[in-house]
Design a protein around this ligand. Sequence first.
Ligand code: HEM
Ligand code: HEM
Length: 223
Amino acid sequence: MASSAPLGTQPLWDIPTRVFHWSIVACLPLAWWSAEEERYDLHQWVGYTVLVLVVTRVVWGFIGSRHSRFTDFLVGPGAVISYLRGNRARSAGHNPLGGWSVVVLLSLLLLQAVSGLFNTDDVLFSGPLYYWADSGFRDTMGVVHDVAFNGLLALVGLHIFAVLYHQFKLKEKLLQAMVYGSAQGRRGEERPVGWWWAVLVLALLALGLWWGLGQAPKPSFVF
Ligand code: HEM
Ligand code: HEM
């Protein structure tokens, strides 16, 4: 597990956090495109990938490297207000407002992927848990799948705007740190936790999802 090291000499973002981020960035447009093209064979796999990635990131928020842990970047309302009034952030990682936006983004991604499991295109494709739920719940999940995506679009737009503002207006090297792990002025304070722990968590979650979805009831008729 993590050990102390001289201040600011370690990567700010460990490998699992960076792989998670850029994989999600690749998955979202693919999920949108595959739904638009009604390629639900592909859409479901992108959705399962997002689901496993997000749950892995949540687990990593408890067992991962210092700046990827929720305790490093989730602060109370007082600290958020103080930050908004212009006081400096306490951590080298996410700032107090950014920390909470991470939670909202992860929650929306989770909601989007889970609601998809109960969704149907009303023609040929139904999510693997569709036949497990009653019609009221399915309808709700259909609406959630729509609404959560619009919420995601809005929040991702805001997220990109905030990143670009910090990068180009405030001259902070956010992008370099999210690509290379660290950058000038953006370094971590502890040695990272081994990335193989994240691979293990991801593999266990993927297996669990595969097994769990395999237990779901199948339709009682075939076309
Ligand atoms: C598909 C849309 C996107 C989603 C869902 C998303 C989501 C996230 C999340 C959840 C984090 C927190 C990382 C963590 O702690 O695990 C994050 C951080 C970050 N994202 Fe994105 N992101 C998206 C697109 C982008 C794009 C296009 C860029 C580049 C312009 C970007 C740049 C960054 C940077 C630089 C950070 C680190 C911010 C910091 O230093 O506090 N993101 N993003
Ligand atoms: C985070 C991952 C996901 C994203 C971003 C996503 C995104 C979308 C989008 C943008 C649409 C089009 C909405 C519309 O036109 O009304 C859609 C539709 C759909 N998605 Fe997903 N989805 C995800 C995960 C899943 C999963 C895991 C499944 C099932 C295995 C799924 C099943 C469906 C179905 C069946 C539709 C068609 C709904 C309809 O025709 O009204 N999605 N999704």
